[in-house]
Design a protein around this ligand. Structure first.
Ligand code: CMP
Length: 139
């Protein structure tokens, strides 16, 4: 995935609020092509593995509980300059700081329940995409 793919997941708050369609529409209208997508649910243990990089942070346990609290929609997306452009589309981690019109500005409830995840590097996009999808599920 040489700088044209990223990984995202629509988080439990946004799935619960019925925003899968609205968010997917924004992603596609911004020029991203969906290469893999599914509705699934993480166990607390799998959420902990996904966010292992944050395990020393004070919010880690709450984050794992939240991320395993309901269905999520992971996706692999393709576009030129995917990682950076996608992070612009979703806005800042804290929705209070997210620019107007970004996905988190429109749909996030809090810094934890912030509607959507976006990989922070090409390297993590590969790792995170492979966490959810096997080779035959990527188109
Ligand atoms: P995400 O981009 O998925 O990466 C790590 C997640 O941890 C982040 O979105 C938030 O959901 C959560 N997070 C980051 N900072 C905090 C914080 N200060 N308090 C609670 N949750 C946080």
């Amino acid at each position: 995935m040489a700088n044209n793919k990223t990984f995202t997941m629509i988080k439990p708050d946004a799935v619960e609020a019925g925003n899968i369609g609205s968010i997917t529409k924004m992603i596609q209208e911004a020029g991203f092509v969906i290469k893999a997508m599914k509705l699934t649910k993480l166990s607390k243990e799998r959420a902990g593995q996904f966010y292992a990089i944050h395990k020393e942070r004070p919010f880690y346990t709450d984050l794992c509980n939240y991320m395993s609290s309901g269905p999520i929609v992971p996706m692999i997306l393709e576009k030129e300059n995917a990682v950076e452009d996608f992070r612009t589309l979703i806005g800042a981690t804290n929705p209070k700081e997210a620019a107007e019109g970004t996905i988190r500005n429109l749909f996030a409830k809090s810094i934890e329940a912030n509607a959507i995840h976006g990989s922070d590097s090409d390297e993590n996009a590969i790792i995170e995409g492979n966490f959810f999808f096997s080779e035959v599920e990527k188109f």
